[in-house]
Design a protein around this ligand. Structure first.
Ligand SMILES: CC(C)(COP(=O)(O)OP(=O)(O)OC[C@H]1O[C@@H](n2cnc3c(N)ncnc32)[C@H](O)[C@@H]1OP(=O)(O)O)[C@@H](O)C(=O)NCCC(=O)NCCS
Length: 344
């Protein structure tokens, strides 16, 4: 390593999508909805659903193996594994520890983080800080979800939106100008109830009975735990407004931190939740829709996996060239949000 600044550079990406496809026409048979409503409001046409035995760590492991193969780095060289997920099959052992076991990364520290749909960007930020502190560390950062287990399939407000999948990348120190140049993360717990998982029956509810004061939103829109499972509840319109505002703001702040304009960014890879949010962001980068990576039509919202999957597709599909500036941008439950700029 030379004397230049060491940054955390992405040296391989991978992803894994379950084979089962659930198309809008299938959902028409399940709840009162239509292909036209779903595709015009969200841009989603299909999503993948994990098959029997495909728990989150299985998807994560397959994505991780693909990323390791692409990087040329062996599993036993990995010193850190972070899995961003809200759908680990067990809190203990963590999804990351299951991945560590299954890929044979015996030298890695492994743990999960939860920042909902922003999880991958949060995990990248953490890995970047490890690598900046110790440039010899090689890290595996994974976003993996099986949201199909957390969707109430009778609730048309949410069941049309989500899908399963995993994406991963390998990071290593680089002193040649590549790597994560800057980023910002934010959280606002006062709005957490607008997008939440209901508590499991018998568990201590994460949310209080009274809405947080001063949030200025209609909490009666949301349900409570139904005593059976833990399901996603969402006040769609409120989440939509907050997501648009937060993502626009963080994109502009990170660009300003680096003295860049939207024109300098070769590709923006936002969290894939809704086509209308993505089109709105295109306006922030000079209005060129070709600069925004979009795959929400194929996979729906895969939460922490979405940016990781899109990054892998973009890298493998030749959408990113060496030296390009790539921007990641996320928004999710919590609320949580953030963005990063990476020199490829
Ligand atoms: C969910 C979302 C697509 C709904 O679109 P919208 O234009 O805001 O629609 P509304 O919530 O106002 O609902 C309009 C109507 O459609 C109905 N509707 C909801 N889901 C439906 C479905 N799948 N099919 C048909 N109708 C549906 C609603 O019941 C409502 O009917 P009503 O007016 O009779 O009450 C949109 O709000 C959204 O994308 N929000 C952000 C979601 C998101 O990104 N979440 C994750 C962030 S990480």
């Amino acid at each position: 390593m030379g004397n230049n600044l060491v940054r955390a550079a992405i040296c391989g990406t991978g992803s894994y999508l379950p084979e089962n496809r659930l198309n809008n026409s299938d959902l028409e048979e399940m709840v009162e909805t239509s292909d036209d409503w779903i595709s015009s409001r969200t841009g989603i046409r299909s999503r993948r659903i994990a098959g029997a035995g495909e728990i989150t760590s299985v998807l994560a492991t397959r994505a991780a193996r693909n990323a390791l193969d692409a990087s040329g780095i062996a599993a036993d060289e990995i010193g850190l594994i972070i899995v961003a997920t809200i759908t680990a099959s067990s809190a203990m052992p963590s999804c990351a520890c299951r991945v560590q076991r299954d890929i044979g990364a015996g030298n890695a520290v492994a743990f999960d983080i939860g920042a909902a749909c922003s999880g991958f960007v949060f995990a990248l930020d953490m890995a970047e800080k490890y690598i900046r502190a110790n440039p010899a560390i090689k890290a595996l950062v994974i976003g993996a979800e099986t949201l199909s287990n957390r969707v109430d399939w009778n609730d048309r407000n949410t069941c049309v939106l989500f899908g399963d999948g995993a994406g991963a990348c390998v990071l290593a120190g680089a002193d040649d100008g590549r790597g994560i140049l800057a980023g910002r993360l934010y959280s606002d717990g006062s709005l957490g109830e607008l997008l939440h998982l209901t508590p499991l029956a018998g568990s201590n509810p994460y949310l209080g009975d009274s809405p947080p004061a001063g949030a200025g939103v209609d909490f009666s829109l949301l349900g409570r735990g139904n005593g059976e499972g833990s399901y996603i509840k969402m006040a769609g319109r409120e989440v939509f407004k907050n997501a648009v505002r937060a993502m626009e703001e963080v994109v502009e702040k990170v660009l300003a931190d680096l003295g860049l304009s939207g024109d300098d960014i070769a590709l923006l890879i936002p969290h894939q939740a809704n086509i209308r949010i993505l089109e709105n962001l295109a306006g922030r980068l000079g209005g060129d829709p070709g600069k925004i990576y979009i795959n929400v039509d194929k996979y729906g919202n895969t939460s922490a996996a979405s940016i990781a999957i899109a990054l892998d597709e973009a890298a493998r599909g030749g959408r990113i060239k060496e030296g390009d500036l790539v921007m990641l941008c996320a928004f999710g439950g919590g609320f949580t949000w953030g963005a990063q700029v990476i020199r490829w």
